[in-house]
Each structure stands twice: as structure tokens, then as C-alpha cells.
Design a protein around this ligand. Structure first.
Ligand code: UTP
Length: 480
């Protein structure tokens, strides 16, 4: 039974919260207070107390100014300067990167807090079976890459993973079940990102049930705040880690630790060693990836939906796209730079997306399943940190070598296309190592090859192995 003092304390907290919400027009969040039990009341008050009301108010106020949903004019946008995939002095930069790894200056960082709605997988996306034959999870592929990099370059490489409140426990549990994939529990750190509420079109925060607010993770840009708030940046500083190898949870072809990229990030004249990015040539003008541009001497990513059509389709004399450097969300980021961005209270800007969000109808108390987008979701994007850097390097890489994301359940960027890209890359590396890969009459290779990062991290490492098969049959299924 609730004691009288506990009851009065929760009532006084209710009144304080109600007043605070009422001042910003959000007191409707407590509409169903009388119907909630004690636990639900505690939960709702905690959610209300955690709301960044000032930020939300600022955002809502900005909607009333015309500029809010306006696309950037594009008039001042120029294409980004891109360092080509075989830069002069590549070997020198690669050695610099290898030395950074050996010196323990590099940590991996995976953003894994997304909801993965397009894939529709129950559970954290990193637990999805991604490889062509053994169906290893995305997390396992990254773990093998990190383990292989540690062995090859003899460096301590820690792994930080950002989760969301929705998938934090399931993610940790998955790693526990797999005994941290031999990485060592103490070298893998998980932390939760923040959340933001979904809003109605007139700026009212939505309830997902009578006793809880409709919250969504605050975007991969939430990483800046979460890395600082979780103490991860402080830990890195203590351990002498100054460079973060950032990648998303959905791309099994990623080179989790790439010495060439790290060396370019640190020393290339185009880089201020704050934040660098990898790019691939866009498949075509309509591909839905952000592109690297320049405005006011700063590098930035413009989302595909914000790039005016005349710029998206503009071509150079040789037919290539003027704005053709597509972002694949792979970055090298300096810890000190993140500390600076995190300590500047304004944070990264919030982007708005119109989504269908089930929510409680305040009049009836019933949950409504919308058929049309009814809500504004707000998210921060990590690439908005780029223009904060003085000079931000963009390094072009080859799509077939490094980018095969699993975004959708089928069609483009699905598990099927990613598995095929993984196998084809393995075939190319084997052929480059002198292995004969048999092809059918049309010259196509039907073999499915799965190559573990523990076997080779790149084609040159594979070439150095003495235990490769001489040839691969046309219908082979081989895991190496
Ligand atoms: P996506 O933009 O592909 O979003 O995330 P998503 O949530 O995974 O998938 P959909 O759009 O619902 O289908 C790109 C990367 O950013 C991470 C994701 O986990 C993925 O690695 N992310 C995204 C976060 O860590 N937090 C977020 O709030 C959003």
C-alpha cells in the first residue's frame, strides 16, 4: 500500500510537472493521470522530467517561420572536393594509419540505435544474419574485422556501440550469449542514445499510451551527446584514443579499421583531422543517398531529398554527375573535435520527418493507428558535424569493395543484394590471388563464397595466404 507521505510526494511532483508542461502548452500529457496506477505514474513523470522542453519549444517556434520546411536553395552549393581512391603517397598514409593503430589511438564506433523499420527484423538490426553462407550476424562480421585488425596491426582496438532504449538490453544480451565474439568483454562498451518525442503537426507531444510518451531515438547525430554523456569520450581520453572509426550497423562490407583512411584523415592537406568521410560515386542521379557538397568553403552532406533536381541531374562534360559523391556514412572523427561539438550547448540541428505514429486520441483515450503521416519525428544527423570542421576530407572509395548496406526486406539494398556483393567481392579477391574461379557460358560466376575477415581483411592479405584452393567450381559453396 502507498504510504501517505509517498502519495503526497507524487502529488507534489505531479503539480510541479503539470505547471512546467502547462507553461509550454504540453500539459495534455497528463490527461489520463487519474486512470494510471502508481508505477505508470512514476514512469510518466520520469518521461516528462527527461523531456528537453526548451529544445522542443525552439523547434516548434521555428516551424512558424517560413524557412523551416523550405529546401536549401542550392544556389551557393558547389560539388565537394574529393580525394580519389588511389591518392599519391598512399603507402605513406597507410603506414601512418597503421602506426596510429599500433599506438592504440584508434577505436571503432558503431551506431546501432536505429529502429530498422524498413528491414522489419524483430530485434536489434546488428543481430540480423547477413553473410552469404553461414548467415553470421552483422555484429559478428564487425567483431571479426576488429579482431583481425588487432592481430594484423598488433594494436588495442576498443569497440563502442550506441544503442537505443528500445534495443539496449537485447544488444548486450546478444553479445553476452556470443561471449563478446572473443573480443574481451572489457573492450566492448555499450551506451544508450537519447530520445525525442513525436509531435503532432501543431506541435503537441504525442502519447503512445495513456501513461507513456511517443518517443523515438534522436538520430545517429545523437551520438555526439551520448558519447559525451555516457563518459565514453572521457574514457577514450584516459586511454589515449584520439581517433574514432565510425560506421553504421547495416553495412557488412565496411572496413571497420582502414589504415589508409585513418592516415589520410590525420595528415592529408585537405583534412584538418577533425572529421573525414568516405564517398562512392552515385549509381545514378536518382539514388537516394546524401551527397557531399561545399558551401562557404565548408564541406557538407546534402540529403537526397534536399538536393534540387537541377543539381542532382547536372552532368560534367564526361557524363559523370557534378554532385556525384554519395555519402556512405563512414567517417574518421577526432575525439577532441567531438568534445568541442558536444560542449557547444546548441548541439546538431534537428531534421523533421513526417511519419505515421500510433498515438492516443485525447478525447477517447484510445490508440489510433494512422493511415496517413500524422506526426513529426525529429532526428539529428552525424554528418551535420562536417561543416563545423575547418577542413573536412572526402575520400572516394569503390562501392563494390566497401558498401553493400542492408536497409530493406527485399529489392535494392536488401540482404539478397548485400550477400551477393559480399560473395562477388570474395571472388574478385580470390581471382586477384591467382585462384581460378570457373564461370558459366555467359561468363558469370554462380559460386557463392563467404570470406571471413579473420581469413583476410583485404585482397593483399588474401594473396599472402598459402592455403587457398587452386580453383573454385562453378557451383561451389565455400566459406573461407
Ligand atoms: P537508418 O537511417 O538506416 O535508420 O540508420 P534505421 O532506423 O536503422 O532504419 P529505418 O530507417 O527505420 O528503416 C542508419 C544508421 O544509424 C543508426 C542505425 O542503427 C544505422 O546504423 N541510427 C539511426 C542510430 O543509431 N540511431 C538513430 O536514432 C537512428
Amino acid at each position: 500500500m502507498t504510504s501517505p507521505s509517498a502519495a503526497s510526494s507524487i502529488e507534489s511532483r505531479y503539480r510541479a510537472t503539470h505547471d512546467r508542461l502547462a507553461r509550454v502548452g504540453q500539459a495534455h500529457l497528463l490527461t489520463f493521470w487519474d486512470r494510471l496506477d502508481e508505477r505508470e505514474r512514476e514512469g510518466l513523470l520520469a518521461q516528462c522530467d527527461a523531456l528537453p522542453l526548451e529544445t522542443i519549444q525552439r523547434e516548434i517556434a521555428s516551424w512558424t517561420t517560413e524557412a523551416t520546411f523550405e529546401k536549401p536553395s542550392g544556389s551557393a552549393l558547389e560539388p565537394a572536393r574529393v580525394v580519389g581512391s588511389s591518392p599519391p603517397d598512399a603507402n605513406r598514409y597507410r603506414s601512418i594509419g597503421e602506426q596510429m593503430i599500433r599506438d592504440g589511438r584508434v577505436a571503432c564506433f558503431t551506431v546501432a540505435g536505429g529502429q530498422g523499420t524498413r528491414l522489419g527484423w524483430e530485434g536489434p538490426k546488428g543481430t540480423f544474419g547477413a553473410t552469404p553462407l553461414l548467415n553470421k550476424s552483422l555484429f559478428e562480421v564487425f567483431a571479426e574485422s576488429i579482431l583481425a585488425a588487432r592481430r594484423r596491426w598488433r594494436g588495442e582496438i576498443r569497440w563502442y556501440l550506441m544503442t537505443s532504449p528500445q534495443n539496449h538490453h537485447a544488444t548486450q544480451e546478444f553479445f553476452r550469449q556470443h561471449r563478446w565474439f572473443q573480443l574481451g568483454e572489457e573492450t566492448v562498451r555499450f551506451f544508450e542514445q537519447g530520445t525525442l518525442p513525436s509531435l503532432s503537426h501543431d506541435g503537441k507531444i504525442l502519447l503512445s499510451s495513456q501513461g507513456s510518451i511517443a518517443l523515438n531515438p534522436d538520430g545517429h547525430g545523437g551520438a555526439v551527446r551520448a558519447l559525451a554523456a555516457s563518459g565514453s569520450l572521457a574514457e577514450m581520453k584516459r586511454l589515449g584514443i584520439d581517433t574514432i572509426s565510425y560506421f553504421q550497423v547495416d553495412n557488412p562490407l565496411v572496413s571497420a579499421v582502414d589504415p589508409l583512411f585513418l592516415g589520410l584523415h590525420l595528415e592529408h592537406p585537405e583534412s584538418s583531422a577533425e572529421v573525414s568521410s568516405k564517398a562512392v560515386a552515385k549509381r545514378d542521379a536518382g539514388e537516394r543517398v546524401g551527397v557531399f557538397c561545399r558551401r562557404d568553403q565548408r564541406t557538407m552532406v546534402v540529403e537526397y531529398s534536399d538536393l534540387p533536381a537541377e543539381l542532382a541531374t547536372a552532368q560534367n562534360a564526361d557524363g559523370s554527375l557534378v554532385h556525384g559523391a554519395g555519402s556512405i556514412a563512414i567517417h574518421a572523427i577526432s575525439r577532441a573535435f567531438l568534445e568541442r561539438v558536444a560542449s557547444d550547448g546548441s548541439g546538431l540541428p534537428l531534421h523533421k520527418a513526417f511519419k505515421k505514429v500510433p498515438c492516443v486520441d485525447l478525447a477517447s483515450g484510445l490508440i489510433v493507428q494512422p493511415t496517413q503521416p500524422n506526426a513529426v519525428k525529429m532526428e539529428a544527423f552525424i554528418f551535420d558535424a562536417l561543416p563545423i570542421a575547418e577542413r573536412s576530407l572526402v575520400f572516394e572509395t569503390r562501392r563494390e569493395e566497401e558498401f553493400a548496406p542492408i536497409k530493406n526486406a527485399d529489392g535494392e539494398d536488401s540482404a539478397a543484394t548485400s550477400r551477393s556483393a559480399q560473395s562477388q567481392r570474395a571472388v574478385r579477391w580470390l581471382e586477384a590471388s591467382g585462384v581460378v574461379v570457373q564461370r558459366d557460358a555467359r561468363g558469370l560466376c554462380a559460386a557463392i563464397i563467404e570470406l571471413s575477415p579473420l581469413t583476410a581483411l583485404d585482397a593483399s592479405e588474401l594473396r599472402g595466404r598459402g592455403d587457398l584452393p587452386k580453383s573454385i567450381a562453378v557451383d561451389a559453396r565455400i566459406a573461407l
